[in-house]
Ligand binder design. Sequence first.
Ligand code: NAP
Length: 214
Amino acid sequence: MKTLIIGANGKIGKILSKKLKKSHHTPVAMVRKESQKADFNNAGIETILADLEEDFEHAFEGVNTVVFTAGSGGHTGPDKTHLVDRIGAKKAIDLAVKKNIQQFIMVSALGADASPDKWPDSMKHYYEAKADADKHLMQSGLNYTIIKPGRLTDDQGTNQVLLDVEIPRANLQIPRTDVATVIEKSLGQEHLYQQSLELLSGDTPIDDAIARLN
Ligand SMILES: NC(=O)c1ccc[n+]([C@@H]2O[C@H](COP(=O)([O-])OP(=O)(O)OC[C@H]3O[C@@H](n4cnc5c(N)ncnc54)[C@H](OP(=O)(O)O)[C@@H]3O)[C@@H](O)[C@H]2O)c1
């Protein structure tokens, strides 16, 4: 099973690429610069050079599943959020439909499906883009799994989460490594198809949290 990781050179993407490499999945890291390839290739991970702002259909060749964990990041303006988080994500979803991808896992954001008046003004463009991409995915006919994590940290993973359609807002963050583990363990889980799940750190081991959704 080949899994295309869109945003592989990002913080979640790098952790996920390595986790998948150690598992029975075969990651294909989509990166946008030649110089980003070496780290992956040295770890035995296949790479494909492609950019969400250009034609990236070639990245889907021979791929079975897709994880979208790209993002324009906080250092860019609303124009890039629009082009990457919204248009790039929607193009990836359309390509996944065209290529008969078996599962599309989207890294969205906690609060993206809230009422727009709940979004802080400074983040409105970001949540709007995420919400629009999620909606497009839900209407695509694909087997989708939308993961909506809270604020991401670089803390060590605890492997303990709160994962459900709706979860209490007790602790608003989660280490990226735990998000990557949830993605890894969600791949191929048919009971997670057509699910949109909120994710925060919690006190349930990830395997149990995923099994409970069955
Ligand atoms: N930060 C938070 O607290 C938070 C909370 C909830 C959800 N999220 C979501 O979590 C996801 C991953 O977060 P992260 O911290 O791992 O992000 P990250 O480290 O900023 O990684 C984002 C990746 O997207 C890539 N990218 C940007 N523009 C691209 C383009 N045009 N074509 C191809 N790739 C492109 C970047 O490539 P380069 O490496 O080349 O720059 C980078 O590798 C994002 O979707 C984000 O919106 C974040």
